[in-house]
Design a protein around this ligand. Structure first.
Ligand code: ADP
Length: 260
């Protein structure tokens, strides 16, 4: 990863002008949180060539080999803490748009925090927050894209559910070009959210949603719902029609969705 090349021609006001590159990081989210605690500014970005302890939600492992784009952006939005989870949709929309525009791929968003290409997970998003009283001190928005490596580099148990840009496109991917485009799209989408609210972000995100209308199984640590995914509502909850005909709103916490 050549940070100078990422910043060459970067069309952002804020995102990506301070990039901390770590060749090998435990987790870019952890590194960004440390920087945040020591006062780093809004828009600071941490990127690693590999992560040794990349995380998904609930501390699940996120496998992060060389060739992937593993980065975290530090944000200090003036927002109610309960609205921070909306930033996952900001990132999801930014990634989905970028992958479609740069590569012309068949991209879909999957509630709440994944982006799929040809139905397989190509990107995971992890937002973590620290509050100070009733306000947000910071949000770290982690984005991991399986970019310039073949899916076969991942453990075999992921070959069915995951893919990479290199595998889908059958060619090499420039990490710098992808990173620059993502930073631009992330900033545009974040500004849209701050200036115009969640509605246009959600509308854009839903225009990529591949699971609406489908039969899904939704699980969290100790509950499980089966039904049809009807919608995502204004606070980011998934609206399900359960098999008994009732509607259920599931909050985007540590919930997983499988499409049946
Ligand atoms: P989910 O979206 O499945 O609910 P998370 O968002 O927490 O889960 O992501 C972690 C999960 O993603 C892991 O348990 C594993 O199944 C899968 N995974 C791990 N590394 C990768 C990767 N590089 N690409 C795609 N999927 C991955």
């Amino acid at each position: 990863m050549n940070v100078g090349r990422v910043q060459e021609g970067l069309r952002t006001q804020c995102f990506g002008w301070s990039i901390i590159l770590s060749r090998v990081a435990a987790s870019t989210n952890d590194l960004a949180k440390k920087l945040a605690a020591s006062g780093a500014a809004d828009g600071t970005v941490v990127v690693a060539e590999t992560q040794t302890r990349g995380r998904g939600r609930l501390n699940r492992e996120w496998v992060s080999p060389a060739g992937g784009l593993w980065f975290s952006a530090l944000l200090r939005p003036v927002l109610e803490p309960s609205h921070a989870s909306r930033l996952v949709f900001v990132a999801g929309l930014a990634v989905a748009k970028t992958l479609r525009e740069l590569y012309g791929l068949d991209v879909a968003t999957k509630w709440p925090n994944d982006v799929l290409v040809n139905g397989k997970k190509v990107c995971g998003i992890l937002a973590e927050m620290r509050t100070a009283g009733q306000r947000i001190d910071y949000v770290v928005l982690g984005v991991g894209v399986n970019a310039d490596f073949e899916v076969r580099v991942l453990p075999e148990e992921l070959w069915e559910s995951a893919t990479s840009l290199k595998t889908e496109l059958g060619r090499e991917i420039s990490l710098e070009e992808l990173f620059r485009a993502l930073l631009e799209s992330l900033e545009t989408t974040y500004d849209l959210f701050l200036n115009q609210g969640f509605a246009p972000v959600l509308q854009g995100w839903k225009s990529f949603a591949g699971f609406l209308g489908k039969h899904v199984i939704v699980t969290n640590v100790d509950e499980r719902w089966v039904g049809t995914a009807l919608d995502v509502d204004n606070d980011g909850s998934l609206v399900l029609r359960l098999e008994d005909g009732t509607e259920k709103h599931v909050h985007a916490g540590d919930v997983s969705v499988r499409i049946r």
